[in-house]
Design a protein around this ligand. Sequence first.
Ligand SMILES: Cc1cc2nc3c(=O)[nH]c(=O)nc-3n(C[C@H](O)[C@H](O)[C@H](O)COP(=O)(O)O)c2cc1C
Length: 323
Amino acid sequence: MKTRITEMFGIQHPIIQGGMHYVGFAEMAAAVSNAGGLGIITGLTQRTPELLAKEIARCRTMTSKPFGVNLTFLPSVTPPDYPGYIRAIIEGGVKIVETAGNNPQKYLPALKEAGIKVIHKCTSVRHSLKAEAVGCDAVSVDGFECGGHPGEDDIPNMILLPRAADELKIPFVASGGMADGRSLVAALAMGAEGMNMGTRFIATKEAPVHQNVKDAIVAASELDTRLIMRPLRNTERVLKNVAVDRLLEKEKALGANIKFEDIFGEVAGVYPKVMTEGHMEAGAWSCGMVVGLINDIPTCKELIDRIMAQADEIIRGRLARFG
Ligand SMILES: Cc1cc2nc3c(=O)[nH]c(=O)nc-3n(C[C@H](O)[C@H](O)[C@H](O)COP(=O)(O)O)c2cc1C
């Protein structure tokens, strides 16, 4: 399938694996890219720019296909060494960067000069338009369903995607709640040029996470995610567990007075414990409502081939019959 996104990134299928903390290692990115999608290494999971440089080099040994790096700009008292990470990306010859969080404008000149295409993840039309205005090449439009940070507007993709299509000139992919060929065709119908998946890619054979995480995703239903940190205006969609229940109790008890320190135990340093060690109750970890649509653990190639075959059958079969 050819779209503006497959052309821009030089990939076979319009399917991107979004950056995911402690999931987006070289193994994940290479598996998705080898299957014809766009795999993405999560920059900040590597503690230093030097380690990111090594991870990029490791990914190169596993795939000759294009892959990207995610850079998440978080509000932080002591920000990570972003210029260093950007140097590692440029020197590593990576040609695609997925930015997320704050406006990436400050870093665009360096990325552009190196011939890097930038896709910025946005949870609203106004942020998407801003990304377009500052020179991003594409946008990943992340609806309220998404795993991770859905923003504070709570607009699901059924509304957000056509709104984005009405306003944007640069191409965009649909992100949040995407799982299969039906998602892809729906996204295309609403004006997207492809789709970005997070949670779905965790439940794959190659995802370098503990088997418990994959099993938890398969076992969960669409009713099992919760929104945390709403009072802090840093909303995150996570899978329900004991730690999340405790956190939500604290939010209820402390109300508007809650501070980050109050929930530190439930959110800080959780990812290695969950993703690497498989302690599923260790704290809050991002997960999308799309868990309700995930019932198996295929290889990335099986998953992507199945998505493309189903999309083809829907377009040429089911939809054509309505014509
Ligand atoms: C476990 C997990 C970790 C994530 N970490 C990041 C991250 O570090 N940076 C980022 O930009 N997005 C992150 N995301 C968001 C994904 O890149 C993607 O936008 C989101 O998962 C899409 O929604 P879906 O899960 O419904 O497919 C994460 C998502 C998950 C599930």
